[in-house]
Write a protein that binds this ligand. Structure first.
Ligand SMILES: NC(=O)c1ccc[n+]([C@@H]2O[C@H](COP(=O)([O-])OP(=O)(O)OC[C@H]3O[C@@H](n4cnc5c(N)ncnc54)[C@H](OP(=O)(O)O)[C@@H]3O)[C@@H](O)[C@H]2O)c1
Length: 289
């Protein structure tokens, strides 16, 4: 029996891992979050690792408010960079392995990009959130613990706040909606990411590795919204607009599609995002299966 400590266990990825945990009978999961376990608090992390004889740390905790990060840079950096460093140093000290989640927003500065990003491509974040997540990746690499960093994108799930739930909520309040159609990426169902995490643990990674993981298929936010409404049978006038007509505090990449060849070579599956969206909408009670 291997023991897995999941930090940020109340977030949408943490809760998605919790949902599938019973399928993995060879592992015991300990889910924790703030205020019990602050990832920036080394003593709290050490105590959890010792108390539960932990073998794997899975970090689902992060500062994830992309727009708010622009005005809360220090807080975002403290959680995303310092928190990652603390976890990596604890993993090294205790001789355990770390799975950490990063983001497609470590990319974006290449405005002409139209090819999926490989793990080896030069990074270039264009917002504070992306900068601090990249700092977190680098802190883990420098520490030298056994760690897999998984870059993912456009997470959705039945838990917490996300684009799918925002669109469903807005459709109940409005008869029309404008959605940005010039930013391209890959929606990712948090349950599929949770299964990918478990596959990496079963594979028993060594050293430091970065992996991309997202669902198969590429779309933009407008295409994502239209598919949500189509599958849920919601009639709402949906209009594509350029990002310049929808001002946000943080800039976002116009193209942040991730190439998943590396992680798929380990046997990790990347279901089509539209099929995973159906699964999520069924869980939300929006469609019948
Ligand atoms: N959401 C996306 O679209 C997306 C896209 C790409 C990558 N990612 C990455 O995927 C991972 C999971 O994202 P998610 O959407 O599941 O995030 P989430 O729903 O925002 O969950 C993050 C969790 O971490 C907790 N947390 C915040 N600061 C903490 C600290 N100092 N110590 C311990 N826990 C703390 C949060 O608690 P509070 O709620 O109380 O703050 C929350 O429960 C993150 O690394 C994120 O950067 C997300």
């Amino acid at each position: 029996m291997k023991n897995i400590l999941v930090t940020g266990g109340n977030g949408q990825l943490g809760r998605s891992l919790h949902k599938i945990a019973r399928e993995y009978s060879l592992y015991r999961f300990i889910f924790t979050d703030m205020p019990e376990t602050d990832i920036t608090d080394r003593t709290a992390i050490d105590n959890q690792i010792q108390a539960y004889d932990i073998d794997w740390l899975v970090n689902c905790a992060a500062y994830t408010q992309v727009d708010r990060a622009e005005s809360e840079k220090d807080t975002a950096r403290h959680i995303n960079a310092t928190g990652s460093k603390v976890l990596a140093e604890a993993a090294l000290a205790h001789g355990i392995k770390l799975i950490h989640i990063s983001t497609d927003y470590v990319f974006g500065s290449d405005e002409n990009r139209n090819e999926p990003y490989m793990e080896t491509d030069p990074t270039g974040p264009i917002n504070v959130y992306g900068e601090t997540k990249l700092e977190g990746e680098n802190a883990i690499r420098i520490t030298g613990c056994d760690a897999a960093v998984i870059r993912t994108s456009w997470l959705f799930s039945e838990f917490g706040g996300n684009f799918v739930k925002t669109m469903l909520n807005l459709s109940r309040q409005r008869s029309s909606i404008n959605v940005v159609d010039d930013q391209y990426g890959c929606p990712t169902y948090a349950t599929d990411l949770a299964r990918a995490i478990m596959k990496l643990i079963e594979t028993d990674i060594k050293g430091f590795e970065i992996f991309n993981f997202c669902n198969s298929g590429v779309t933009n936010w407008y295409g994502f919204a239209c598919e949500i409404f189509r599958q849920a049978g919601i009639a709402i006038e949906t209009t594509p607009v350029p990002h310049t007509s929808y001002l946000t505090a943080a800039s976002r990449p116009s193209f942040s599609v991730l190439d998943t060849t590396k992680i798929r070579s380990l046997g990790v599956v990347t279901p089509d995002w539209k099929e995973s969206l159906s699964e999520c909408l069924a869980k939300l009670g929006e469609i019948k299966v």
